[in-house]
Ligand binder design. Structure first.
Ligand code: PSV
Ligand code: MN
Ligand code: MN
Length: 425
């Protein structure tokens, strides 16, 4: 299935009068406050968020999985689904592959199917947290951190292969997330595990192409519950610094202990020029992988506030933007549409912050005024602005509504059946 511009524009027709009214009302009030509406729109249009291939099917939990039907079973089908999302919101022009779940058999066919729907390939992700069939050594007790040199070598080799695959597709980054750690005190040497990880990453780093980034993800726990080698931003940052200029820290919003101040982490990493990218999701407890903005939209706004400031005040390079979510209840594609909307809305709200007056309030320690300025931006309903940005790019005014009226899921079920299964988390 593929959506055309005509189909989407036809969907917009019935919403057009109401939308124009609310957009014009909002544009006028934004303008009166001194905002450049056209500039806001083009910034919102430009933000593209990559879709992870593993989020296009139902993830499930370790207790069960309830398939929604019509899920993509092949890489080409996953690409087609991202194409549908991109047609609807014009905001997801890339897919992020996970190897070996997504090993391309025919590169030309994969590239052709992607360019047919106008998408490219974002960061490639390696997988050393699962053993593959006929694997010579097991990752049960770790991969890059393992005390056994043969296991480390296998994991390094895998990462090198992932880079080769990414190069053939036009990716520009490798994301490494390691499950390595221990579940019991005394299980392994904390210092040796870190040192082994560093040495293994050094081997991988040597073959990272000059115009690529090595993105190092961190996470405090799970699947190991006593220690994780790369447990926090500090450890990731330390490794990225030791490795060199191609290595950066990747922030996955769900990879923090409750109440961690993520916006402060963003500020610190940007100051050091070492923020490499994001995995967006939301959570209440841990790595819940819920829809972006569904639980803590204000935190998301505060993170974007730091990002927007960081872009203008630091030399941090452009970021890799990606969603990393898992869907148990919702239609994965609807969930992804909601996530992209939430990210763009938070970005738009952050662009609205009156940074001059905020700085002035900070200088004189006017705490109440600072809060007013932030919340004035956060509480402005910018949804019509977002809809206008998408409409002008050729997307839907209301992508979820269009997804439903165009019967996307029903058509995919017809094409692929009720029981198709996507590989992935
Ligand atoms: C596991 O926690 C995880 O969700 C990480 O966030 C990775 O980015 C993802 O899996 C894919 O490897
Ligand atoms: Mn992640
Ligand atoms: Mn995760």
């Amino acid at each position: 299935m593929k959506l055309t511009l005509d189909q989407i524009q036809a969907q917009n027709t019935s919403l057009s009068a109401d939308h124009t009214r609310s957009f014009e009302f909002l544009a006028e009030s934004l303008d009166k406050k001194g905002n450049n509406v056209e500039e806001l729109i083009s910034k919102i249009q430009a933000l593209q968020i990559a879709i992870p291939s593993w989020a296009l099917g139902t993830g499930g939990t370790r207790f069960g999985r309830f398939s929604g039907g019509g899920e993509p079973a092949t890489l080409i089908q996953k690409i087609q689904d991202v194409g549908i999302l991109h047609a609807l919101n014009q905001s997801s022009n890339a897919v992020s592959l996970h190897i070996p779940w997504d090993i391309p058999s025919d590169y030309q066919a994969i590239k052709d199917s992607a360019s047919e729907v106008g998408i490219g390939f974002d960061a490639v992700n390696s997988n050393t947290f699962q053993d593959q069939a006929d694997q010579t050594h097991s990752y049960k007790f770790g991969s890059l951190a393992n005390s056994d040199a043969a296991v480390r070598e296998l994991a390094v080799e895998h990462n090198k292969q992932v880079i080769e695959i990414g190069e053939k597709l036009g990716s520009k980054a490798l994301t490494v997330w390691l499950a390595d750690g221990s579940s019991f005190p005394g299980q392994h040497s904390l210092r040796k595990a870190l040192e082994n990880t560093h040495l293994s990453l050094q081997e991988i780093y040597k073959v990272v192409p000059e115009d690529w980034k090595l993105l190092i993800e961190y996470k405090p726990y799970e699947p190991n519950f006593y220690s994780t080698v790369i447990q926090d931003w500090g450890t990731s940052f330390l490794l990225a610094n030791k490795l060199g200029k191609k290595a950066y820290t990747l922030v996955d919003l769900g990879h923090h202990l409750p109440n961690t101040n993520i916006e402060q982490i963003v500020a610190t990493l940007m100051t050091e020029g070492k923020l490499g990218g994001f995995h967006f999701n939301d959570s209440k407890y841990g790595d819940d992988d819920l829809t972006v903005g569904s639980v803590k939209p204000y935190q998301l706004f505060l993170i974007f506030q730091e990002l927007v400031k960081g872009f203008s005040e630091t030399n941090n390079p452009p970021l890799s933007w990606m969603i990393d979510a898992s869907h148990n209840l919702k239609d994965p594609m609807e969930d992804l549409i909601q996530s992209v909307q939430a990210i763009k809305l938070a970005y738009a709200q952050a662009l609205l912050v009156d940074s001059k007056n905020l700085e002035a309030a900070q200088e004189v320690h006017d705490v109440a005024a600072a809060q007013e300025i932030l919340q004035d931006a956060y509480r402005t309903d910018l949804r019509p602005l977002l809809a206008e940005a998408m409409r002008r790019s050729g997307g839907a005014i209301d992508p979820i509504k269009a997804f439903r009226s165009l019967k996307v899921r029903e058509t995919l079920i017809e094409e692929r059946g009720l029981k198709s299964i996507a590989s992935g988390l």
